[in-house]
Design a protein around this ligand. Structure first.
Ligand SMILES: NC(=O)c1ccc[n+]([C@@H]2O[C@H](COP(=O)([O-])OP(=O)(O)OC[C@H]3O[C@@H](n4cnc5c(N)ncnc54)[C@H](OP(=O)(O)O)[C@@H]3O)[C@@H](O)[C@H]2O)c1
Length: 220
């Protein structure tokens, strides 16, 4: 998990599709953008949830001329991603993880655009544990960088699928009680225990803080 978080613990204001994302290259320092790019370059795959595509139309690629793009992976239970999404261009391999309830014609559209398909679970939220195993075994994705958003991080943490959390604390405030936080949906308490972590690395990068945490209990 890699996340850039504001001083007030947000990752983005709540936006509608088409509204620009203020948390990007114009706001985030060049050193941090370079760090982000190097984390992408180091991964076999980069994964996001559908909302990152709908809101940001992310390419999930490396900066131009900086090496071979990792595989791009999108969680899209009901196959709602628009076929024109930039993540479906042929610049890099793409895998869409859908559920068994995804309309077959929409899944076929992704295939026709060259995407690999993993089918896991039912409904909007795909079943992550078998999907991660299939990514590893069928597609050779061993090192996965999950960029978000908050809904995806919530699901991955709930299933004990992260071995590291990389947090970049950024020197700005987003504000807003409805803004997106790094881990969304329901709190882990009172239904379960809150997951705990050890700090294993901390770097000061100008006005930014780059932290790496590992789970106190081994991951699944
Ligand atoms: N600052 C940062 O580091 C950073 C990084 C990445 C993203 N962001 C921001 O985060 C925001 C998006 O986050 P978000 O929480 O709204 O959405 P998200 O995590 O990007 O996407 C969640 C959606 O993915 C689909 N999905 C399929 N299977 C899932 C599963 N097992 N678990 C979770 N989701 C699954 C569902 O789509 P449906 O329910 O629609 O079917 C779900 O609603 C954007 O504003 C983006 O800019 C910030």
């Amino acid at each position: 998990m890699l996340v850039a978080v504001s001083l007030d613990g947000k990752i983005s204001p709540r936006r509608s599709p088409g509204q620009p994302n203020p948390v990007g290259p114009g706001l985030i320092g060049d050193d941090i953008m370079a760090l982000h790019n190097s984390k992408r370059a180091d991964a076999d795959g980069i994964m996001v949830g559908l909302n990152c595509i709908l809101l940001d139309d992310s390419r999930l690629s490396l900066r131009e001329g900086e090496g071979e793009n990792p595989t791009r992976i999108v969680l899209d239970g009901l196959a709602q991603m628009p076929p024109a999404a930039r993540v479906l261009t042929p610049d890099a391999p793409t895998i869409v993880i859908v559920s068994n309830d995804a309309p077959p014609d929409r899944v076929q559209t992704f295939r026709d655009l060259g995407a690999g398909i993993i089918c896991s679970g039912q409904g909007r939220y795909v079943d992550l544990t078998p999907a991660m195993a299939e990514l590893r075994e069928r597609f050779g994705i061993r090192k996965l960088l999950v960029e978000g958003g908050g809904t995806v991080h919530r699901s991955m943490i709930a299933e004990g699928l992260y071995d590291e959390i990389h947090l970049i604390i950024c020197p700005f405030v987003i504000g807003g009680s409805r803004s997106i936080t790094p881990v969304g949906r329901a709190a882990f308490w009172p239904k379960g225990k809150v997951p705990e972590y050890n700090l294993t690395e901390a770097d000061v990068m100008g006005d930014y803080l780059y932290l790496i945490y590992r789970p106190k209990k081994p991951v699944n």
